[in-house]
Design a protein around this ligand. Sequence first.
Ligand code: FE
Length: 232
Amino acid sequence: MSGGAVPPPLRANRCAAPGFRSSILARSIVEVTRMPDQSHERQPTASVQQRVAAIEAAFDERGMKPGEFIEEFKQLAEEKWIPENGARVVAKAWTDPAFRQRLLANGRDAVGELGLSMPAHHRHLVVLENTPTLQNVICCTLCSCTAISIIGLPPDWYKDLEYRARVVRQSRTVLKEMGLDLPPEIEIRVWDTTADTRYMVLPVQPQGTLGWSEAELTKLVTRDSLIGVARL
Ligand code: FE
């Protein structure tokens, strides 16, 4: 892809749910960066540190506490929203056919059975079942959305414009570049995340693991296999 593409404007972010804090952040960025234009003088771009300070000041003026939110979010992301959650879901689905059916019918409700929750605006969890002849892959073409509380923080490459643009049009090539060289007989389906619909891939259970415990199977499941860029 050429270098001319630019990220979408913050206010046009389809993936920012109504009332979600990123919307507040986006509005604040717009407000604090609006410059008086009477002079028409070109203003130098503020440094990242200056922009962060301006955003924090805008929050402070409104009595909001971004520091607390960031700490809370960081703790959730690092300690609670981890790929092991999705791995537990997969291992349960491999060992419990009734759970697997419930998971495929209503992912959000089914993961709740394992004590896993999703943010309110993640209204749907669609679980995409791989087969020996089908590989599902997820992306967010506009930004970086995932079922974050189930499969963890998106890796850097998932947020990269190269991946977001190319996996849709050149999925087989992109997967090959990422180490997954699929034969032509395996169909690839790419799913684009939206604000309220999140995805996770249910990988095919590896051969030779029938009869393994859920705990043992959980250890086999990787983040990349939950995104669909790897097979187990
Ligand atoms: Fe997104």
